[in-house]
Ligand binder design. Structure first.
Ligand SMILES: C[S@@+](CC[C@H](N)C(=O)[O-])C[C@H]1O[C@@H](n2cnc3c(N)ncnc32)[C@H](O)[C@@H]1O
Length: 445
């Protein structure tokens, strides 16, 4: 296997030199994720509150980037630190990890990064450790590529279990997929057809000085050349557009005409696909969206922004007795909870927080959801199974197990000109066009 250092993608220009405060906040976010197992979104929500909104883009760049590359920089750092940092001092190690990330990825002078990092140790209440931080960083700068045994895990900044799973599943594309995990994701939007055509919205973006291009995957999608905060998107607050990856926008193409149908979106939060279906309800159909109680507000907020409605229920989809009125559905959309292995570039903490042993447990949950939802589907109805995973255990293999258990379930072929046709469904791999989504269409006889 070819194991090299790299690729470390081109440096990222950010607006201001990260200050010591920015480095300190980024380090606490990274520490929350790497040392305490918190999700990146949760950690950022909590920690960003402690700093000025103007510095958020810099904090995010450093925190997201350091987590994205943790499997690269952690071994380098541990090689430099002659003895392991004590657990309660983990924030110091993660502060230094952030510096290693910045040296390679930010277009800023090394001495300035070192100086902000050393000052950040003081902000973090580790004044006594400033010398240690300075010494470790300087020794790293003297010899950026230490000689020690590197592995594919190091090369791709990806844990061994995931690397093997991807390699096994995609023998022809695994390197491309793993490299893609380390890229900054594009910002893709879904244009609301009730408010404007895609061409009209592209013209509005151009007028606002934002370069974007139409997606080849989804007729509603546009991809921005450079991501911007949603507040900069014309008409975002009025529901003219939503943030959604292009590969995640394809359910309506598979579900076809829905007039007079009863449609169930069984795992709906935060409501990306519910919102998209609601944008089509002019066709005249009933739409119900389910999710767990603590996630329902996300669907409500999304629909409110779009000015659209659906019947929303806080309920466990595996317990139809609690939410089903007994009237069968024509269509069930099951966008199942999964490993997220197809969206790692957007959620770099997945690589750190997930374990190989999670996959069988997730597959059990996916199978349970499929089996418990099957009875609510009427004969002749369709169930669209979707994941944002690229692992067969959650996709084709899982659907295959289900088909063996439910003789009334038959596969309807899913046909797209992009992506990869699999034995039972269709797989999009993460890349320029979109994220790694899987679709399989089941038909009830
Ligand atoms: C992949 S996300 C769905 C994304 C959503 N469809 C969208 O497009 O925005 C999976 C969702 O399944 C929900 N979920 C997990 N187990 C569930 C269950 N037993 N009943 C209902 N929802 C569940 C999770 O809370 C999560 O919101």
């Amino acid at each position: 296997m070819d194991i090299r250092f790299g690729p470390v993608n081109a440096s990222t220009p950010i607006q201001h030199m990260p200050t010591a405060e920015v480095c300190a906040v980024a380090a606490t976010i990274v520490d929350d994720v790497l040392s305490r197992g918190r999700t990146l979104d949760n950690a950022a929500r909590h920690r960003l509150r402690t700093t000025r909104p103007e510095s958020w883009p810099e904090v995010r760049e450093i925190a997201w980037g350091s987590i994205r590359w943790a499997y690269r920089y952690r071994p380098i750092l541990r090689h430099r630190l002659h003895k392991p940092v004590r657990q309660r001092e983990s924030v110091l190690e993660n502060l230094m990890l952030c510096a290693l990330y910045q040296y390679d990825h930010l277009d800023e002078p090394e001495y300035a990064i070192t100086s902000s990092t050393v000052d950040a140790a003081r902000i973090l209440g580790r004044k006594h450790s400033r010398q240690l931080v300075n010494a470790v960083l300087r020794s790293h700068l003297r010899d950026r590529d230490p000689v020690f045994e590197t592995t594919a895990e190091f090369r791709y900044a990806t844990p061994e279990w995931l690397l093997s799973a991807v390699r096994h599943a995609w023998p022809d594309n695994w390197q491309e997929i793993l490299d893609n995990f380390n890229l900054h994701p594009p910002l893709s939007l879904r244009v609301n057809p009730l408010h404007n055509s895609r061409e009209a919205y592209l013209a509005r973006l151009k007028q606002a000085g934002l370069s974007a291009s139409p997606s080849q995957l989804s007729p509603w999608a546009v991809t921005l050349e450079k991501p911007v905060p949603v507040t900069k998107l014309p008409g975002f607050a009025d529901g003219d557009v939503s943030v959604q990856d292009a590969a995640a926008q394809l359910s309506p193409l598979l579900l076809g005409a829905l007039e007079n149908h009863r449609v169930l979106d069984a795992c709906a939060a935060p409501g990306g696909k519910t919102g998209q279906l609601a944008e089509l309800t002019e066709q005249g159909f009933f739409l119900k969206a389910l999710d767990m109680p603590d996630r329902i507000h996300l669907i409500e907020e999304n629909l409110q922004r779009l000015g659209l409605t659906a019947q929303i229920s806080a309920a466990d989809a595996t317990q139809p007795g609690q939410w089903w009125d007994g009237e069968p559905y024509d269509v069930v959309l099951l966008d199942a909870p999964c490993s997220g292995s197809g969206v790692i570039r957007r959620h770099p903490d997945i690589r750190v927080l997930r374990r190989g042993s999670d996959i069988p447990a997730l597959a059990d949950k996916q199978l349970l959801l499929l089996r418990r939802l099957w009875p609510v589907l009427k004969s002749g109805g369709r169930l669209l199974y979707v994941t944002c995973s690229i692992l067969p255990a959650e996709n084709d293999d899982l659907v295959n197990t289900f088909l063996k258990l439910e003789p009334e379930a038959k596969i309807s072929r899913v046909d797209f000109s992009h992506g990869i046709k699999t034995r039972l469904g269709h797989q999009f791999l993460p890349g320029k066009q979109g994220d790694g989504l899987y679709y399989a269409m089941l038909h009830k006889q």
